[in-house]
Design a protein around this ligand. Structure first.
Ligand SMILES: Nc1ncnc2c1ncn2[C@@H]1O[C@H](COP(=O)(O)OP(=O)(O)O)[C@@H](O)[C@H]1O
Ligand SMILES: [Mg+2]
Length: 227
């Protein structure tokens, strides 16, 4: 269960204070998938960054499976990121100087998996996301859709239990976006992970188990999609 209570984040901007997120509370059962929509500037990325520990909130609490994510030691936090968290960004952020295969195996290497085993697992994941043929190429030698698939493989390879995705289909054409969305949902389902996905496709969000609409940093609408 992911539990967020009275979460707020203020930023200083040109001498003024901007409330990117104010008093956001919600509960998401384990294994559920939450689609977050809202206009640009609504606070979607801020919410995701707070959940992933990339930013610290101004106020509020986040617990995941009864662990207080905001009161972990540096060591606990590092371990949580390495083992439990998968992050998939809009601009896939693959490392340019490494091959697609090396990018995908990176989380395993960082987690201490021996190189050969990491390589074999990465091959399996490239196959799962349908880009086995790109293993030896560099990110700029493959298409945008293939890069995004690689980013998904990299975000899930260590079998995280909380997956955060910020507009993972944001810069793909419609057909590709649909495929990548389905792929991410299927893989996430196989892992049994909890998924929080920011998307500007409202119909994607409606296909997840929960849908949150943010406006001006607040929850405008919260819906449970019964299937
Ligand atoms: N690092 C930052 N410094 C200052 N202001 C920020 C920062 N990040 C986000 N903001 C502001 O917070 C608000 C919400 O931004 P964001 O969460 O990126 O929105 P979204 O992802 O929904 O487009 C915006 O007004 C944005 O300008
Ligand atoms: Mg954003």
């Amino acid at each position: 269960m992911l539990k967020v209570q009275n979460l707020s984040k203020k930023f200083a901007q040109h001498g003024a204070t901007v409330s990117a997120l104010s008093d956001v509370s919600f509960e998401l059962p384990a294994g559920a998938s939450l689609g977050v929509t809202g206009e640009s500037g609504a606070g979607k990325s801020t919410l995701l960054n707070l959940l992933g520990g990339l930013e610290k909130p101004s106020a509020g609490q986040i617990t995941f499976n009864d662990r207080d994510l905001l009161r972990m030691t540096d060591q606990e936090e590092a371990k949580f990121r390495q083992q439990d968290l998968g992050f998939i960004f809009q601009f896939h952020q693959l490392l340019e100087d490494f091959s697609v295969l090396e990018n995908v195996m990176m989380p395993l290497l960082i987690g201490g998996t021996p190189r050969q085993q990491a390589e074999e697992t990465a091959q399996i994941w490239l196959d799962k996301v349908g880009i086995a043929h790109t293993a030896k190429r560099f990110p700029k030698e493959v298409s945008g859709g293939e890069q995004q698939r690689a980013a998904i493989a990299r975000g899930l390879i260590h079998r995280p239990c909380l997956v955060l995705a910020d507009e993972p289909t944001g810069n793909l054409d419609e057909g590709n976006a649909d495929h990548v969305f389905e792929l991410l949902c299927d893989l996430n389902h196989d892992l049994g992970a909890t998924l929080v996905m920011v998307t500007h496709h409202a119909d994607f969000a409606k296909r997840l188990t929960h849908h949150m609409v943010l406006r001006d940093g607040q929850i405008k609408n919260w819906q449970t999609n019964l299937k």
